[in-house]
Write a protein that binds this ligand. Structure first.
Ligand SMILES: NC(=O)c1ccc[n+]([C@@H]2O[C@H](COP(=O)([O-])OP(=O)(O)OC[C@H]3O[C@@H](n4cnc5c(N)ncnc54)[C@H](OP(=O)(O)O)[C@@H]3O)[C@@H](O)[C@H]2O)c1
Length: 325
């Protein structure tokens, strides 16, 4: 098996490289790509040092089995179709292809079945906030039906990549002009992520609406998101209100959440600092006034659960369903 990591010097790319090693993925060959700026930089993988190469169209025709893309939507749009047409599976972290009806949008624990028989082409990795929300709610949907979700996200600056983290760091040292974020992020909270649309929602918020419906295969779920940037380095949090289609009791609701793969329900309090570096979604503060609506808090490492780990889980699930044995 041959793998390429595209965007290998970025936050998500470096984490994908790490997660591949942690999860014991040992390809016969691996290459690392970034822009010309980082060509020649080094990456260590399973004890071997590799040179980062400049991304070229020719590289997309080298016959990799899997390419893990995390270099932004424009790069994915320019290069991923060539790799897909050459017979590779492209696992793409950008939003470029997520809503393409021909492209599976996959959280393996929920809809990994879509990978069976998917010989080549693009597989889209969902938005970070969407992944942690659907992981904590998919069993609730199976058992009680999700009618309405009202969600406020509290998203870490690493969700905006290296430059987002640098901006918070710079502002902590007194250089305060906003560059990446529309307002100062240090000592502040910014209730807009992404571009504001005519509807008043942002494109980041609409990802949670459209992607949740696609992953859960239910266009009838009403979703009202507010995406908020907070001065946290790693770990997104979400305050979620849910109304269900069928009544529940609290014990059965807790069991549904506990039965969700890679989700941990806690009776105590969980914050982003505690989950950074982990792969589970943590749910706490589960509470309700009645038998058809509830509130909860959920937290996950956005770079791992929300991007790198999900991408590597897609790769491993694809291998299991199509290549094992
Ligand atoms: N951060 C998150 O929580 C998160 C979550 C889910 C999805 N994503 C998505 O993942 C992607 C990467 O995010 P990130 O946070 O890792 O960003 P990042 O830290 O800014 O890294 C960007 C990476 O892309 C490379 N790159 C940029 N322009 C390129 C070009 N023209 N050709 C080849 N490589 C190029 C960069 O290489 P150089 O070193 O050469 O600049 C770097 O390796 C984005 O699509 C983002 O939306 C991010």
């Amino acid at each position: 098996m041959r793998i390429a990591v595209v965007g290998a010097t970025g936050e998500v790319g470096r984490m994908m490289t790490r997660v591949l090693q942690e999860r014991g993925v040992k390809p016969g060959g691996i290459d690392f790509y970034a822009s010309a700026r980082s060509a020649g930089a080094t990456v260590e993988f399973h004890g071997e040092v590799h040179r980062v190469k400049e991304l070229t169209r020719g590289a997309m025709e080298e016959g990799y089995d899997y390419l893990l893309f995390s270099a932004g939507g424009a790069v994915s749009r320019e290069f991923a179709p060539t790799a897909a047409a050459s017979g590779s599976v492209v696992i793409d972290n950008s939003s470029a292809f997520r809503m393409d009806p021909a492209v599976p949008l996959v959280v393996p624990e929920i809809n990994g079945d879509l990978l069976r028989g998917y010989g080549s082409g693009v597989v889209a990795n969902p938005n970070c906030s969407t992944i942690q929300m659907v992981l904590s709610l998919y069993r609730v949907h199976e058992r009680f039906g999700l009618d309405t979700i009202v969600v406020s996200t509290y998203q870490a600056v690493s969700g905006a990549g290296r430059s987002g983290m640098d901006e918070l760091g710079d502002q902590m040292e007194g250089r305060v002009a906003p560059r990446k974020f529309i307002k100062q992020i240090h000592l502040n909270v910014v209730p807009q992520i992404g571009a504001l649309l005519d509807s008043g929602f942002t494109d980041e918020e609409m990802k949670m609406v459209d992607e949740t419906r696609k992953i859960l295969r239910d266009p009838g779920i009403s979703i009202f998101p507010t995406a908020i940037r907070v001065p946290v380095m790693y770990g997104h949090s979400e305050a979620i209100y849910v109304r269900t289609r069928r009544p529940f009791d609290m014990d059965s609701l807790a069991v549904a959440i506990q039965d969700s793969e890679d989700v941990v329900l806690s009776s105590g309090m969980v914050t982003p600092l505690e989950v950074a570096g982990g792969d589970d979604v943590h749910v706490c503060r589960l509470r309700s006034f009645d038998d058809s609506s509830f509130l909860m808090w959920n937290v996950a490492d956005n770079i791992r659960t929300g991007a790198a780990t999900n991408a590597v889980r897609i790769l491993q699930k694809h291998v299991e369903l199509n290549r094992a044995g």
